[in-house]
Design a protein around this ligand. Structure first.
Ligand code: UDX
Length: 445
C-alpha cells in the first residue's frame, strides 16, 4: 500500500519505518526542513534502539522517503497517517492546532479517495472534528479512522511489530477491510470499534497504567512504615492473573511524554462533561509527590542538605531513551539546588536534552557515573539504566565523601549492598544501614 505519515515525532517516525519494513511504500512528512534533511541523511533525531538501522535499510530499498511537501505526500497515498503532536495547553487540555492544520492541508491537497488514520492521541470527538474540517474544504470522498498507538519509548520497534492489540475505530466497511489488511501481519488481536470508543481506549489505557504505578507507589510508602518489602508484595499480587505483574514496579513516579499529558487531558475531558474524575486526580497528585521522597530520604540520611554535594545517576524519564519530558529528575534536581546543594549529574544518553530542559545553576555535568559519584555526600539513582545496575559499588563507595545511596528504582539487591557499607534507602523496601533509628527493629538489615 502507499502510505504517507504526517509528523515525524516518535509515533510517526517509528510507524513509518515499520510499515516500510513490512513492504509498504511510505512517505514521511514534516514541516521542519532541517529535520527532513537529517532524516534523508540517515540521522534519527531521537534515541531509539534499532530505529536508525531499520530506517536506513528501508530508505536504501526505496520503500521509505522523507519530504516537507504535504500535497505531494497526500496525493501519492491511499492511507494518510496523522501523527502530529497534541501537547498540553496550560489547563491540561490537548492542543489540537497541529491536527487541525494537518486536516486542512490534507483536504486542500486531496486528489481522490483517502483514508485518514489518526494515531495522535486526541480527545473523544476529535476524529469527527477532523472529518468536518476536511468535508468543509473538499467534495472528494474520504474516511477518518482512529487507530491509537500504544508503543513505548525504548522498545518502540518491538512494540510496533508485536502489539498486544490493534484498535481500529471506524464506521466504514472499506476502512475496516483496508486497515485490517494493513495490520494483519502485526497482530492477531484486532478490535474494531466505533471512533469515539477507540479514542477513549487510548486515554483509559494510559490512565489505568498510571493508576497501577501510583497505587504500587502508595503501597511502597506504607511498606516502608510497616517494614514490608514492596517488591515481594508486587510479585505476590502479580501472580493473580486478574491483577497482572506489569507496571507494579515502585519508584519515584512516572514521567515521559504520555502519562502526565494524557492523565491531565482525561481529567479535563471528564471535566468538560461535568464529571469529576476523583480517582485519576489522586493518581496524578500521588505521582507529583512521590519524587520528593528522594529529598526526604536524603534529609533523613544527611540532615540539612545545604552545602552538600549530591550525585545524580539518570536524567531520562526511563532507560533506553534520551527523552526527559516530565522526568522526575527535573524537579528533584531543581529542589536540591533550591536547598543549597551542588548537584553532579550523569546520564548515558540524556545529558544534552536535560541541559536544554531548564536553567540549572549549581549543577556540574559529568561525563561518567564515577566522576558524578566522586566526592559526593550522597548518590541518587533516578533512572534504571543497565550501566548503573552493573556499577562496582565497592569502588563507588571509596570515591564518595559519605556512603549514602538513595535507589529510586530498586535496582540493587540486598546481597549486593551487603558487600558495602552504604547507608542504603530504596523504595518500599527495608533500609540497609539506616542512619537514624529504624522504626521496626528488623527493618534495619
Ligand atoms: C507509555 C505507554 O506504556 C504506551 O503504551 C503509550 O503509547 C505511551 O506511554 P512510555 O511513556 O514510553 O509509554 O513509557 P512506559 O514504559 O510506559 O513508562 C512510563 C513511565 O512509568 C516511566 O517514567 C516509567 O519509569 C514509569 N513506570 C513504569 C514505573 O514507575 N513503574 C512501572 O512499573 C512501569
Amino acid at each position: 500500500m502507499n502510505i504517507s505519515v504526517i509528523g515525524t515525532g516518535y509515533v510517526g517516525l517509528v510507524s513509518g519505518v515499520c510499515f516500510a519494513d513490512l513492504g509498504h511504500k511510505v512517505t514521511c512528512v514534516d514541516k521542519d526542513i532541517q529535520k527532513v534533511m537529517k532524516l534523508r541523511n540517515g540521522e534519527v533525531p531521537i534515541y531509539e534502539p534499532g530505529l536508525q538501522e531499520l530506517m536506513v535499510k528501508n530508505a536504501a530499498a526505496g520503500r521509505l522517503s522523507f519530504t516537507h511537501d504535504v500535497p505531494e505526500a497526500v496525493q501519492d497515498a491511499e492511507i494518510i497517517i496523522l501523527a502530529v503532536g497534541t501537547p498540553s495547553l496550560p489547563n491540561g487540555e490537548a492542543n489540537l492546532q497541529y491536527i487541525e492544520q494537518a486536516a486542512r492541508e490534507i483536504a486542500l491537497a486531496m486528489n481522490g479517495y483517502k483514508i485518514i488514520m489518526t494515531k495522535s492521541t486526541v480527545p473523544v470527538g476529535t476524529n469527527e472534528h477532523i472529518r468536518s474540517i476536511i468535508a468543509s474544504l473538499t467534495e472528494l470522498p474520504f474516511d477518518v479512522a482512529s487507530v491509537p498507538e500504544f508503543l513505548r519509548e525504548g522498545s518502540a520497534i518491538s512494540d510496533t511489530f508485536h502489539p498486544d492489540r490493534i484498535v481500529i475505530g471506524t464506521d466504514s466497511e472499506t476502512v475496516k477491510e483496508k486497515l485490517t489488511e494493513l495490520h494483519s501481519k502485526l497482530a492477531n488481536n484486532i478490535l474494531i470499534t466505533d471512533v469515539r470508543s477507540a479514542e477513549m481506549i487510548k486515554y483509559a489505557s494510559n490512565a489505568f497504567l498510571a493508576t497501577k504505578i501510583s497505587f504500587i507507589n502508595e503501597i511502597a510508602n506504607i511498606c516502608e512504615k510497616v517494614g514490608a518489602d514492596v517488591t515481594l508484595v508486587a510479585r505476590g499480587m502479580g501472580y493473580d492473573r486478574r491483577i497482572g505483574s506489569a507496571f507494579l514496579s515502585a519508584g519515584i513516579g512516572y514521567g515521559g511524554s504520555c502519562f502526565p499529558k494524557d492523565t491531565d487531558a482525561l481529567i479535563q475531558i471528564a471535566g468538560n462533561v461535568e464529571y469529576d474524575f476523583k480517582l485519576l486526580k489522586s493518581v496524578v497528585n500521588v505521582n507529583k509527590d512521590q519524587r520528593f521522597n528522594v529529598i526526604r530520604k536524603l534529609q533523613e540520611a544527611l540532615g540539612d542538605l545545604s552545602g552538600k554535594t549530591i550525585a545524580i545517576w539518570g536524567l531520562a524519564f526511563k532507560p533506553n531513551t534520551d527523552d526527559v519530558r516530565y522526568a522526575p529528575a527535573i524537579e528533584i534536581i531543581g529542589e536540591l539546588t533550591r536547598l543549597g546543594c551542588t548537584v553532579k549529574a550523569y546520564d548515558p544518553v540524556a545529558m544534552e536534552n536535560f541541559r536544554k530542559s531548564g536553567n540549572y545553576e549549581n549543577v556540574i555535568w559529568c561525563d561518567a557515573m564515577t566522576s558524578a559519584a566522586a566526592d559526593s555526600d550522597a548518590l541518587c539513582l533516578l533512572t534504571e539504566w543497565d550501566e548503573f545496575k552493573k556499577a562496582d559499588l565497592a569502588y563507588i563507595e571509596k570515591i564518595m565523601n559519605q556512603p549514602v545511596l538513595i535507589d529510586g528504582r530498586n535496582v540493587f539487591t540486598k546481597d549486593k549492598i551487603a558487600l558495602t557499607n552504604f547507608h542504603y534507602y530504596s523504595v518500599g523496601r527495608p533500609n540497609i544501614n539506616q542512619v537514624s533509628q529504624a522504626i521496626y527493629s528488623d527493618a534495619a538489615v
